[in-house]
Design a protein around this ligand. Sequence first.
Ligand SMILES: NC(=O)c1ccc[n+]([C@@H]2O[C@H](COP(=O)([O-])OP(=O)(O)OC[C@H]3O[C@@H](n4cnc5c(N)ncnc54)[C@H](OP(=O)(O)O)[C@@H]3O)[C@@H](O)[C@H]2O)c1
Length: 281
Amino acid sequence: MTDDSILVLGGTGTTGSRVVSRLKALGAAVRVPSRSGEPRFDWTDRTTWRPALDGVAAVYVVPFDGQRLTRPLVALATEVGVERVVLLSGRGVDVPGYANENSGAGPTHIDGEHAVRELATDWTILRPSWFAQNFSEGVFRDAVLAGELRLPAGDGAASFVDAEDIAAVAVAALTEPGHAGQTYELSGPRALTIAEAAAEISRATGHGIRYVPLVPEEFTAELVADGWSTTDAEDFADAVAPIRRGMDSHISDGVRRSLGREPRDFTEFVDSAAAAGAWRG
Ligand SMILES: NC(=O)c1ccc[n+]([C@@H]2O[C@H](COP(=O)([O-])OP(=O)(O)OC[C@H]3O[C@@H](n4cnc5c(N)ncnc54)[C@H](OP(=O)(O)O)[C@@H]3O)[C@@H](O)[C@H]2O)c1
């Protein structure tokens, strides 16, 4: 028996926490398991999967990058009667030469998308570009606070998407009709180079932040010197490579298609993040 509650995996993360807030604001019954809380859900402990999935009508899946666990999770979800799956994937999974198919999140997203299409009753796939929130709460935040974004992005640009828009699309897909079978490519309304993004954050915070372009080998060497594993450092460099190659600057129409409005601009993200104190050390 399913009720109308919605399970959010990754509910403490960048997109999942926003999905949870928006669902609660709508008055939806939300189940937010975590590795340590109750109900417990741990991707690496399959005994926790069924109790988390039992009885829910829909699930938002933030996958476990680096492994192919979306497929068995979606198979189990369908077996226990979950009617709707909304999968967070990534831009470029179907674009030859975009991602390194053998490293990082690529194989997770490719296999996850296939699994959802093959196994889920109703599904919607979200393919976001780089999150704007990487600068305020994700992988670039420490560099922003240090005043130097040292990345192998050349002078390439990315059409950063606001995680608020990703969450809004996820919630629409979880709660409304009309999104089943859709793959939404999500970006912001314009592309910015890393230097331009740094300048926007400098303006809003009053702190000088500069972009220092590195070649990939310098970048991975710096990360390894900081204690990263070589594999993780190379995965990060691979993830940035599409920006450098000009493959991340296009604008996608998924926010407009799913929500009937334009996506939030990077300036709006920066101003609201600065006002919320995101870059106070
Ligand atoms: N960042 C980008 O620019 C970007 C762009 C496109 C696609 N993506 C994709 O977006 C996804 C990340 O989404 P996000 O940023 O919303 O998430 P996130 O902020 O990276 O958070 C990850 C979530 O997964 C949970 N988690 C980690 N390990 C777990 C485990 N073993 N079992 C259960 N839960 C676990 C974390 O919980 P805890 O609180 O317990 O750690 C957290 O809630 C990735 O698949 C990535 O490839 C990212």
